[in-house]
Design a protein around this ligand. Structure first.
Ligand code: ZN
Length: 108
């Protein structure tokens, strides 16, 4: 399987996909297939103001209070790396950490 190409990292937008505001308290929906983070208050407001079920605008997965998880690691990263010039950062799967796009190690 040596030639099998695989995903080593994925990119994360630093704006809330709904409001386009910068993420301050990023939260993930555990049912989402994508890796995007939302601003916590955006989703809580949606949940509060709707009688119907909410689904993710990106992947259509159901969103509930119970499936939201605040990403404290990302909060830490954002706090220690300001200002970030790009609108995206990277989560490196093998290294299991967030990093700036320019810091991603090149594959041999
Ligand atoms: Zn989603």
């Amino acid at each position: 399987m040596e030639n099998e190409s695989r995903v080593v990292y994925f990119t994360i937008g630093l704006e809330d996909p709904i409001t386009k505001d910068p993420l301050v308290t990023p939260v993930r929906n555990l049912l989402c297939s994508a890796h995007d983070a939302f601003e916590e208050s955006t989703l809580l407001e949606l949940l509060e103001n709707s009688d119907e079920k909410i689904s993710c605008p990106l992947c259509n997965a159901p969103i509930t209070r119970d499936t939201l998880s605040v990403d404290y690691e990302l909060i830490d990263f954002l706090e220690t790396h300001q200002p970030i010039e790009n609108r995206e950062i990277v989560f490196h799967i093998e290294l299991n950490e967030y990093m700036l796009i320019e810091d991603v190690p090149m594959k041999q």
